[in-house]
Design a protein around this ligand. Structure first.
Ligand code: ZN
Ligand code: ZN
Length: 383
């Protein structure tokens, strides 16, 4: 379904709470100890100065990047998280196993968290919103936080009924270890360091940019209730996932590049697989839907407005809490309670609220004007 511009899918209580300075709760911290292996893995490809880099290892690196990126975008994302096409149980398992070799945990963990991202996009309950919780948190921090290490099976019940998928989800180390071993057999230690580890690290950060950069950088075509954006650069490195504003607008579509010029190789492969009868029920965006709800046609950009408004109001709430703490030397939680009880606001707070509101409104208006210009160019191309 297209995102309705009027539905703000946030529980009321969460939406009303002022967020802390970094937008994260006290239980949203990076576990520094368990993050050490993750950080060290980034350095492993450097050991290739001792082994040398063979042509075979470089070819393996490229092949493993492309092959596994496809399993993540077509499999974990478009199939398991969004059910944008159908597969039989054999292909479903194969795609799930292929995805686990990318070392991004299991298919059910990945897809369940991603469904939550769409449910709470850019609100306080969004696990990895850069506008709410900071850029680095949205990129990688949340993955290294104990709070999000488990799988929310309730969110992915439709696939959790398959025992083989639950097995892969629980034993998510089998895929990466098997591929690491295969890389050694194919191209020796150079194959492991460059073919396997380097492509794995590149895959991680390319995938993570969809959670971080694709909500910060690029153009907004559709007035969705989040801050998602379209970026050709991100689409190139992620095989079509950079059309993230299109995707938030119409999640059900297996095709994320809505127009011929929007590079989406994941979809091209899925289309070819549908000709072979492997993929069925491939969903694409109807023309009338692609033409509707455009920022360039004057639709109010509620997603950007919400983000600016949220920032302004939580900054004001925080400044009041810190003022109360400073005045009375009591704890932050007591101060927060006192804030809620307080019926009147000082002139300073009102001034700050107004300034924040005016500033964000101006930014929204500028964005709208810019997109109107760009959108008109778009429409010319469509004709
Ligand atoms: Zn998605
Ligand atoms: Zn998103």
């Amino acid at each position: 379904m297209p995102t309705s511009p009027l539905v703000l899918d946030q529980p009321e209580s969460a939406a009303l709470l002022p967020s802390p300075p970094n937008g994260r709760g006290p239980d949203e911290q990076v576990n520094k100890l368990t993050s050490i292996p993750f950080v060290l893995l980034h350095l492993l490809p450097l050991l290739a100065i001792f082994t040398g880099v063979s042509v075979r290892a470089v070819v393996l690196c490229v092949a493993l990047y492309v092959g596994r990126m496809f399993c993540i975008t077509a499999g974990f994302h478009r199939y398991f998280a969004h059910r944008s096409y159908r597969l039989n149980r054999f292909w479903q398992f194969l795609l799930a196993f292929g995805g686990t070799t990318a070392a991004q945990k299991g298919p059910l963990w990945w897809a369940a968290h991603h469904r939550n991202h769409h449910r709470y996009s850019d609100g306080p309950l969004d696990v990895h919103s850069p506008t709410q919780k900071g850029f680095w948190w949205s990129h990688v921090g949340w993955i290294l936080c104990d709070k999000y290490a488990t799988t929310d099976y309730d969110r992915i019940r439709d696939f959790a009924k398959y025992p083989e998928l639950v097995f892969l989800n629980k034993k998510d180390w089998i895929g990466p270890w098997a591929l690491g071993l295969a890389s050694y057999l194919i191209a020796g230690w150079s194959g492991v360091l460059i073919g396997f580890f380097l492509s794995t690290v590149l895959l991680w950060h390319a995938t993570f940019t969809v959670n971080s950069l694709a909500h910060v950088f690029g153009r907004r075509r559709y007035a969705t209730t989040d801050t998602s954006r379209n970026s050709a650069m991100i689409a190139v490195v992620t095989m079509g996932e950079g059309w993230h504003n299109n995707h938030h607008y119409y999640q059900a579509s297996a095709r994320q590049g809505f127009f011929w010029w929007e590079f989406d190789p994941t979809f091209y492969v899925l289309k070819a697989a549908s000709w072979l009868g492997i993929v069925k029920g491939l969903r694409t965006p109807p023309a009338r839907l692609r033409a509707a709800n455009r920022v360039s046609l004057g639709t109010f950009d509620v997603g950007m407005f919400k983000a600016y408004w949220g920032k302004a109001s939580s900054a004001v709430a925080r400044s009041h809490v810190s003022q109360v703490v400073h005045d009375s030397k009591i704890s932050a939680s007591e101060a927060l309670a006192s804030t809620r009880e307080s019926a009147s606001q000082s002139m300073v707070e009102r001034k700050q609220a107004l300034e924040g509101f005016v500033h964000s409104s101006l930014e929204s208006a500028e964005e709208l004007a810019r997109l109107t210009r760009l959108g008109q160019r778009d429409l010319g191309l469509e004709g």
